[in-house]
Write a protein that binds this ligand. Structure first.
Ligand code: SAM
Length: 231
């Protein structure tokens, strides 16, 4: 039997000057979840095991809001959704978008540089953490002047393109639920040294699974899943 699920897209307002506008990488993440969520499982994990989900670097709130819409359709899928961003503008915009989609006060927003401002009560809470991170190398101008515009936080992942993501991986260990179902979903790009990144990810104790990719102009964009290696 073919299962047909229709999850509408959230209604989104933009702040073109400061906040990342949802794009193909955002849809790569959300489309995967739409496909692999059914009445019993979220990407193979029983729905009752997914109690807390974090959308790190939420931008407009698109991924967090898509999860809220999925919750409204698949009632057994009922995690508490958290969303955070380093930019105040992203938090303000996401809250506005939450109101547009009539899910006001459902999402817990946290303005934070990665996990820095997360309360200790959230330690080892998250079953799923999603991060569509800034994944491109810094420009020479940013490197030279050390000045970043707000919108640069959308794409500038550091000199190699993945320093912010590596910092995230270290901190995420403290906030991931330590049970065997916990996962991180993240986006990466062929414009960085993926062999090196994958090697460092493995050294940090994560097992990576490639999930999907899209090709845009000269770039491949990948969706990946991480699980903590069992030692
Ligand atoms: C590629 S955008 C993704 C936005 C949104 N999740 C989406 O998929 O449309 C990366 C997001 O990460 C945020 N970000 C960058 N550095 C961050 C940090 N250190 N801590 C938290 N958020 C960060 C940016 O402000 C931006 O909203």
């Amino acid at each position: 039997m073919i299962k047909i699920k229709i999850f509408p897209d959230p209604i989104i307002d933009y702040d073109f000057e400061n906040v990342y506008r949802p794009a193909d990488d955002t849809y790569l993440v959300v489309d995967y979840f739409k496909y692999y969520l059914d009445n019993d499982f979220f990407d193979g994990v029983p729905l009752e095991n997914i109690r807390n989900v974090l959308d790190m670097g939420t931008g407009t709130g698109y991924i967090a809001l898509s999860l809220q819409i999925m919750k409204a359709i698949i009632l057994k899928f009922n995690p508490k959704v958290y969303a955070s961003d380093i930019l105040e503008e992203a938090i303000v915009l996401s809250k506005h978008n939450e109101r547009l989609n009539n899910c006001e006060t459902d999402i817990e927003f946290i303005k934070s540089d990665l996990f820095k401002s997360f309360p200790t009560t959230l330690k080892h809470l998250f079953d799923v953490i999603i991060f569509n991170p800034p994944y491109l190398p810094s420009s020479n101008i940013i490197q030279k002047n050390k000045i970043k515009k707000k919108i640069d936080y959308s794409w500038d992942g550091g000199e190699l393109g993945f320093e912010t993501f590596l910092r995230f991986l270290d901190e995420a260990k403290i906030f991931l639920n330590l049970n065997s179902n916990s996962r991180i979903y993240y986006v990466s790009s062929s414009r960085i040294d993926l062999n090196l990144l994958n090697e460092l990810i493995s050294k940090k104790g994560y097992e990576r699974t490639y999930l999907n990719k899209i090709h845009i102009f000269l770039e491949d964009i990948y969706l990946n899943r991480l699980e903590l290696k069992i030692i």
